[in-house]
Design a protein around this ligand. Structure first.
Ligand SMILES: [Zn+2]
Length: 421
């Protein structure tokens, strides 16, 4: 994913982003001469940018011992302590908070039960104090925190920073989260859909030769497909792209709340699998708890996955049917977007993964509907822990430091960081 810069004075901030992007993708360090090749910038520009990065504390420079005649090479490395970002993932069951450094490493994380929104001001207060706790426990310098990213289930109003009324969060209606949390913490706040945040994280951590066109199958309380196209996340008109839950994968399947039969979301999410497990007596009804309580569903799903791991034939069949349904949806999405790779992740993915990875790739590749002429790769998310929380944090880093023409065109050079608010 090589980015090249420009030598025009007016776009100096863009060049800083280009160089920083090249530096952070090479943790072992990179010589100035190499940076000139990688970025396409002039030696003078690279020298100026390197000096600025060091002055701003974003990078460190080491002079290597001279090996011959001429100047000894200077190696630039990212300074992970140069900046931090907070990521907040609002899942229907738990809210996860992470603080990551400039290298994307998680410095600290904590979790709280997701509050119901009877009183939005109280919720925002709780979130602000959780962010305070997170930063205090991590010993991160608050003045070095660039902002807070929030990943929430859709739909969202990204422009207004509002969580609208996600089907998975029945008590949440039009919560003005971004402004309220920004006012409560004094920090810039960004809001994004959870699956979109996952894609941003994958792109942020990708190897330079990593895939530019992939779908991120986000398996949480709900099902979503985050999309990377040409190396950029695809957000859509209102930043709500990726809701693939109502793709029909079985015309004789169970009726979805939308009125159709065999919608992939309705057939594959943890709640659906737990209900099937109760119907087929894999789980005793009493032990499944309250199906409207996401925590109960999560625990019951864990027990179903235990049964799969133990080789229970009915449990294995329930998972296999779900994975085959997922595969049919993946084929349609892959065809439609011409993707190269399918990445899997999300809060409930881990328990599904062993069976899914042994069934799904073959089911996709053998599907007669698959029309793509190239190979498709299948991978698990490269982001450890909670991909949406880390993704929410990388939204902030991405907004501040990713070189992209959008920033160049829409943001005055001096306002790159201010563009977060
Ligand atoms: Zn449906």
């Amino acid at each position: 994913m090589a980015r090249t810069g420009t030598n025009l004075e007016a776009v100096a901030e863009f060049n800083v982003s280009v160089v920083l992007d090249a530096v952070r993708r090479r943790p072992a360090g990179v010589a100035r001469s190499e940076l000139i090749t990688l970025t396409g910038l002039s030696g003078m520009t690279v020298s100026n940018v390197c000096r600025r990065l060091v002055e701003d504390g974003l990078a460190t420079e080491t002079v290597l011992p001279a090996t011959g005649r001429g100047k000894p090479p200077k190696i630039l490395r990212l300074n992970p302590d140069g900046g931090f970002a907070v990521g907040v993932h609002i899942d229907p069951a738990v809210v996860t908070y992470v603080v990551v450094d400039l290298a994307g490493a998680v410095r600290h994380h904590l979790r709280t039960r997701t509050p119901t929104v009877r009183d939005p001001a109280k919720v925002v207060g709780e979130m602000a104090s959780a962010v305070d706790d997170l930063l205090a426990q991590s010993s991160v310098d608050r003045t070095r925190v660039l902002g807070i990213g929030i990943a929430a289930p859709g739909p969202i109003d990204a422009a207004a920073g509002v969580v609208i009324n996600p089907p998975m969060l029945p008590d949440w209606h039009t919560v003005h989260l971004r402004e309220a949390l920004s006012a409560a913490t004094g920090m810039p706040v960004l809001l994004e859909k959870d699956a979109t945040a996952a894609v941003v994280a994958e792109l942020w951590f990708a190897e330079p030769e990593g895939s530019r066109d992939f779908v991120f199958v986000y398996y949480g309380t709900g099902f979503a497909a985050g999309i990377a196209s040409g190396g950029d996340v695809l957000r859509g008109f209102s930043s709500n792209a990726g809701d693939a839950g109502h793709l029909t994968v079985d015309p004789t399947g169970p009726v979805c709340w939308c009125g159709r039969r065999g919608c992939v979301g309705n057939m594959t999410v943890p709640r659906a699998l737990v209900e099937r497990a109760v119907e087929r007596s894999v789980l005793p009804r009493a032990s499944a708890g309250n199906m409207d309580d996401v925590l109960d569903v999560g625990e019951a799903f864990g027990r179903l996955a235990d049964a799969v791991d133990a080789g229970d034939a009915v449990a294995v069949k329930i998972f296999t049917e779900a994975v085959e349904a997922l595969a049919r949806a993946v084929v349609v999405i892959a065809n439609f977007l011409d993707i190269e790779e399918v990445v899997f992740g999300g809060p409930f993915w881990d328990r599904m993964a062993p069976l899914a990875l042994s069934v799904l790739p073959q089911a996709v590749l053998e599907d007669r509907a698959l029309v793509l002429p190239h190979k498709i790769r299948f991978a698990e998310s490269s982001v450890p822990v909670d991909v949406a929380a880390v993704g929410a944090a990388t939204l902030v880093l991405d907004e501040a430091f990713s070189p992209r023409p959008r920033s160049l065109l829409l943001t005055a050079p001096a306002e790159v960081e201010g563009g977060l608010a």
